[in-house]
Design a binder for this molecule. Sequence first.
Ligand code: ATP
Length: 366
Amino acid sequence: MADVTISRLHKRYGSFHAVRGIDLAIPDGEFTVLVGPSGCGKSTLLRTIAGLEDASEGEIAIGGTVVNDMRPRDRDVAMVFQDYALYPHMRVAQNIGFGLRARKMPKADIEARVGRAAAMLGITALLGRYPRQLSGGQRQRVAIGRAIVRNPQIFLFDEPLSNLDAQLRDEMRSEIKRLHQEIRTTMIYVTHDQIEAMTLADRIVLMRDGVIEQSGPPLDLFERPVSRFVAGFLGSPQMGFVPSTLVRNGSGAAILPKGAGTPLPLPPGRIGPAVPDGVPVLFGIRPEHIARAGDGAPAPGVARIDAEIELVQPTGSRSFATFRLAGVPILAELRAHDVSRPGERITLDLNLDRASLFDAATEKAL
Ligand code: ATP
């Protein structure tokens, strides 16, 4: 087990600057997920930790030892890839034990370790099969088994579930989480899937254009995004964003969506006194913070509006209903029976206590 410290790390491919000054301290035993859109540099960062890429600048330390000049195999990390990379001519047991045989471990020890890893992953019955006789999910379990038997200081995962269908992906995600709970080894996991990031991570590191945009526990990023980028990346369906103006009235403040006549009053203290009247802002609200209005008066911090429903997407117990706020399509996550058809006019409660506000120019949170 080991912690990982990354200091001022840069990676250039020729003139292209893929990782642009990353500082990151990963404590021993933590499950860290590197997430971000395609091309943000997350795989490059992972591969540099593994030693598959050389750092252009900066330092990587594993368990207090600087590893920049160490070969991958001397770093004591195990990597699981998207494409499994199993040997087709070897049975599952041989595939899992391959790295141990290469290190000349005694046969009985190899068998014991392979047996333990297979039991942990529920693939004991498959040990005698060849990779071609396995499903995608079973192959990925074998690839993970091969990493486990090495008993590494750190596990590195590079989009390990991308090749699986949706149901298997859900299943394997739980397996990987359970595995971490059991063995408590430091894990660093790359994905572009925000659900995978939210469900697996002790800490999410959200990257954009080679730098860290925000890092922290998943709910911190979800509830207190530092920017529109973070707010839009996490959450499905996405947060809705409405170009608006901040309106000050005495000690209070409100949001006036562009082109709308009625301001939406903000809860007291929601916006600091430093933000002046008339500032252009982006008002962000998540689907789950909009509900069909009940009979009584709205609760404090709730703005009530009339809306015409344009589109209804039922998911079973809930329905996503699209309406327009100042011309911008916004999704509301309603109870299935609260909305029935497009064209319906309903009254909605927007929970402004939970809404986000961003400076329209910088897109940073206010
Ligand atoms: P994805 O989710 O698409 O894998 P990523 O965030 O993992 O994206 P990286 O693979 O780290 O992105 O790549 C970051 C940037 O560096 C990309 O613009 C990519 O084109 C570039 N890049 C990666 N490897 C090389 C290479 N060997 N030579 C030149 N450019 C590279």
